[in-house]
Design a protein around this ligand. Structure first.
Ligand SMILES: *[C@@H]1O[C@H](CO)[C@@H](O)[C@H](O)[C@H]1NC(C)=O
Length: 183
């Protein structure tokens, strides 16, 4: 199943945040997300984790290869940690986000391709922010249960003790990524 292999550390700058301000990094560490438009906001779970859907422009979209499934829940991704350490995210804050996802119904969610609807989802609590980005031209279906696992994995593997301030796991075909960063 899922492999979070190939942990790579890359040096990147995280923009100071206001609103949903997101940065998307591809495997080369050079992709960004601009012209953000918030589509919806709500709170989930017992601890009021904020869930924002939005769309933004980014380099891409990555074209689907023939035969690619739009159901990417559980698909493999490669992990990159952001150096240096500093500013979090606090793993406890990320754990609260995880706890809000464990029994989330429905487990599956759709994220639009470029240009329409929302191509990104942000969950935030305290110092921890986590994004799901659809980097493809098409709608993708992902799931909260796998997002939960990636939050736990990234928040610990890319923590300050490992000299990092968060990181991301990007699909092998680069059609989507999950990012964990500090506020
Ligand atoms: C996702 O989109 C598909 C196809 O449009 C639809 O059948 C399905 O119900 C949607 N799933 C969710 C969780 O919204």
């Amino acid at each position: 199943m899922r492999a979070f292999a190939q942990v790579t550390c890359v040096v990147v700058a995280i923009a100071a945040s206001s609103g949903v301000t997101a940065m998307v990094f591809g495997a080369d560490g050079a992709m960004s997300c601009t012209n953000e438009v918030v589509v919806s906001e709500k709170f989930i779970g017992k601890h009021n984790v904020k869930l924002t859907t939005f769309r933004c422009d980014h380099a891409g979209p990555v074209p689907a290869l023939s035969g690619d499934s739009t159901k990417v829940c559980g698909a493999q991704c490669d992990t990159f940690c952001y150096q240096p350490a500093g500013g979090g995210p606090n793993e406890g804050d990320c754990a609260i986000i995880s706890s809000a996802l464990i029994d989330h119904k429905p487990n599956l969610f759709n994220v639009s391709g470029a240009g329409t609807g929302h191509n990104a989802v942000l969950l935030e609590h305290g110092s921890c922010k986590t994004y799901f980005f659809d980097l493809a031209a098409t709608q993708l279906t992902y799931c909260y249960s796998e997002w939960d696992k990636l939050i736990k994995y990234l928040a610990s593997t890319c923590n300050a003790a490992h000299g990092a301030s968060g990181g991301h796991c990007i699909a092998a075909d680069e059609r989507w990524m999950v990012q964990v960063v500090h506020t």
